[in-house]
Write a protein that binds this ligand. Structure first.
Ligand SMILES: Nc1ncnc2c1ncn2[C@@H]1O[C@H](COP(=O)(O)OP(=O)(O)OP(=O)(O)O)[C@@H](O)[C@H]1O
Length: 389
């Protein structure tokens, strides 16, 4: 399958607009499309369902990310959007038009794959022109569009270079440009950055984000990397085993995960079972946990306690005071097991009541506790939240 699908299908309500800005090459793109996915079911053979009742509404111009572990169904969902995979049940609406039974080449959707899917022996110019040629665009118009697009992605000086003579980052930009030059209403991106090294990856992440904001096009991006998802996305859908667990902004997903799966997937390790709960106080709830008793304000009704590492604080305490210390409310006595110094902040592992807590402390130039130090882990009552187990 080529990286560029044709884009003949047009939604009735779409119009044409320009995305040019002062100092930017002119590049036309249509008004962004919304996407509605309703009750999607997909099963391969007798396997368990790959998609099990997926409902999603993606706004026009959104950078929307499908995030989840390997095998959760992200690529299948993207292929269904592109029309490359048939549904068992459900409906796909793009730009107000029901495209459930519309073949790929009649959807105004292009896809960028991890593998670039470029023609290595052809020039940048010929790679960019490929999709336009397939659409039957006259050569003069085609040449102008290709030149414009090459400038737009800042590779204008390389249009005559063969693709196999370009770097990985340049190839990735060409793959994006080749999908964009056909002016799709929706761009689908399946882990397009995963083949790049870390430095180049974060550079292209920023470029891609700026490009999407400049064009105002709807992007549906697939990744299993939660950091990448948080940096890039307007909203994220977290998937597990073919079901959507949570949809929200990066902050909502990270700060208020709805269940233990989402919390763990977003990198939260401080999850503890609540063994007893006392609601008798008006202003607070007392929770019994493996760390000790904690006071919480409006923690929710779940059976698991989440303590986000960056909401915790550390206070050093001389060892001489350790034994005779009166435990203050929400001060957990512990000992530093490990410290990872990262310049702007330090990551700690602190042993509290026989279990390990992760704590992140901002480096404000003061003294940072050392390995072996006795500390109090201080928990603010409003920062305790509970999740469904
Ligand atoms: N053509 C197929 N035939 C049979 N099973 C398939 C097919 N395509 C996907 N699957 C199965 O569907 C499930 C979801 O696959 P999918 O590729 O959508 O997952 P993913 O979340 O994109 O994973 P990854 O991050 O590893 O790419 C997997 O169990 C996979 O084996």
């Amino acid at each position: 399958m080529s990286a560029v699908d044709s884009n003949e299908g047009m939604a009735p309500e779409r119009d044409t607009r320009e995305s040019s800005e002062a100092g930017q090459p002119r590049f036309q793109c249509r008004a962004a499309s919304s996407i509605q996915l309703k009750g999607l079911h997909k099963r391969f053979g007798n396997e368990v369902a790959t998609l099990d009742g997926v409902d999603l509404a993606i706004q026009p111009g959104e950078f929307f990310t499908l995030l989840g572990p390997s095998g959760c169904g992200k690529t299948t969902l993207l292929r269904i959007l592109a029309g490359l995979e048939a549904l068992d049940e459900g409906q796909v609406v793009i730009g107000g038009r029901d495209v459930t039974d519309v073949p790929p080449h009649q959807r105004s959707v292009n896809t960028v794959f991890q593998s670039y899917a470029l023609f290595p022996h052809l020039s940048v110019r010929d790679n960019l022109a490929f999709g336009l040629r397939m659409q039957g665009m006259p050569s003069g118009e085609r040449e102008a569009k290709v030149a414009e697009m090459a400038e737009f992605i800042k590779l204008g000086s390389l249009v005559d270079r063969r693709v196999d003579q370009l770097s990985g980052g340049q190839r990735q930009r060409i793959a994006l440009a080749r999908a964009l030059v056909c002016e799709p209403d929706v761009l689908l991106l399946d882990e397009p950055l995963s083949a790049l090294d870390a430095g180049l990856r974060s550079q292209i992440q920023i470029e891609l984000l700026r490009l999407q904001k400049r064009l105002g096009m709807t992007f549906v991006f697939v990744t299993h990397d939660q950091q990448e998802a948080m940096v890039m996305s307007d909203r994220i859908a977290v998937l597990d085993s073919g079901s959507i667990q949570q949809v929200g902004t990066p902050r909502e997903i990270y700060e208020c995960p709805v269940n233990a799966f989402v919390a763990r997937f977003m990198g939260h390790a401080n999850l503890f079972e609540i063994t007893a709960r006392d609601d008798s106080r008006d202003d607070a709830v007392r929770l019994t946990t493996p760390l000790g008793m904690l006071t919480a304000q409006a923690p929710g009704s779940g059976g698991l306690l989440l303590l986000r590492p960056e909401t915790l604080d550390l206070r050093r305490r001389p060892a001489s005071e350790f034994e005779r210390y009166d435990v203050l409310e929400n001060h957990l006595p512990g000992r530093v097991q490990e410290r990872l110094y990262r310049g702007s902040h330090a990551e700690y592992r602190v042993e509290v009541a026989g279990v390990t807590l992760q704590v992140v402390v901002n480096n404000r130039g003061g003294q940072l506790p050392d390995v072996g130090d006795h500390v109090d882990v201080v928990v603010a009552a409003q920062d305790l939240i509970t999740l469904e187990a």
